[in-house]
Design a protein around this ligand. Structure first.
Ligand code: CAA
Length: 263
């Protein structure tokens, strides 16, 4: 792959969008490679993913404006679908994904971070949906996910004004969970990912599915989704080991990573 690198660090997979000359802007090739990188993740040996951008200036500076500049209406719609399909794959990926936002997260960059489960960022991060300044709407899910994450009022303000916000404001409005000095961001992301990877993996996957699927339906349906995924856990060795360790008061054993098993 030319624009995506993948590194395995224990149970944690690190995907880096690596097109620093264009501030990691997303052209069709980057999107295709990201799609392929996700397909290639070994779900038996990986328990969490980190998504970041190459270099110290930009996470992702948006969809590629050069590529978009000459698109027709039909091609624009198809390009939006291409991005949406990959981002949806990320959002519904069986493993938790942490976005380590290490600089500009504009347009498609803000949008891809919002397709991840958790966002943390560096102090130099800048978020925004500047599309209306380019004569377009956000096209990779920004009109939908930003409103769901920070509320419709704040999302509309950001999108209508095209005003970028810095890390502290992104933290204040709940767009990111934490802000770190740039040199500490990846360490923090890896620590968080390792903390997730130390938990029962099937239970973590079921939590992601329960939260994501439950948010799409009303509460009566949502709690049924939870009940089924909760019930599924009782078929796993992790549940027997995890509860057994607690009941035996075996603190030493309790701290051990429960080995992964497929259901
Ligand atoms: N697409 C294509 N190339 C981009 C890019 C983008 N989104 N963002 C940056 N680049 C390129 C620049 O063209 C430049 O390339 P050259 O060196 O070949 O000229 C290189 O990256 C470095 O960029 P700058 O010289 O502009 O760097 P800067 O530090 O002066 O500014 C910046 C940084 C503020 C992020 C500025 O690059 C910028 O405003 N970029 C565009 C941000 C943007 O509008 N993103 C939204 C795109 S639309 C979208 O994403 C639609 C959607 O929802 C799907």
């Amino acid at each position: 792959m030319e624009f995506i690198t993948y590194e395995q660090d224990g149970f944690v997979g690190i995907i880096t969008i690596n097109r620093p000359k264009a501030l990691n802007a997303l052209n069709s090739q980057v999107l295709d490679e990201l799609d392929a990188a996700l397909d290639a993740v070994d779900l038996n040996t990986t328990r969490a993913l980190i998504l970041t951008g190459a270099g110290d200036k930009s996470f992702v500076a948006g969809a590629d404006i050069g590529e978009m500049s000459s698109l027709t209406k039909a091609e624009g719609e198809a390009f939006g679908k291409k991005g949406n399909d990959v981002f949806r794959k990320l959002e519904t990926f069986p493993l938790p994904v942490i976005a380590a936002v290490n600089g500009f997260a504009l347009g498609g960059g803000c949008e891809i971070s919002m397709s991840c489960d958790i966002r943390i960022c560096s102090e130099n991060a800048v978020f925004g949906q500047p599309e209306v300044g380019l004569g377009i709407t956000p096209g990779f899910g920004g009109t939908q996910r930003l409103a769901r994450l920070v509320g419709a009022g704040m999302a509309k303000q950001m999108i209508y004004t095209a005003r970028n916000i810095k890390a502290d404001e992104a933290y204040r409005i709940g767009l990111v969970n934490a802000v770190y000095p740039a040199e500490e961001l990846m360490t923090a992301a890896k620590k968080m990912a390792a903390g997730i990877a130390a938990q029962a993996p099937i239970a973590v996957r079921n939590c992601k599915k329960a939260i994501n699927d439950g948010l799409q339906v009303d509460m009566d349906q949502a709690i049924v989704i939870e009940e089924k995924l909760f019930g599924d856990c009782f078929e796993t060795e992790d549940q027997k080991a995890g509860m057994g360790n607690f009941l035996e008061k075996d603190k030493e054993k309790k701290l051990k990573v429960v080995p992964f098993q497929n259901k």
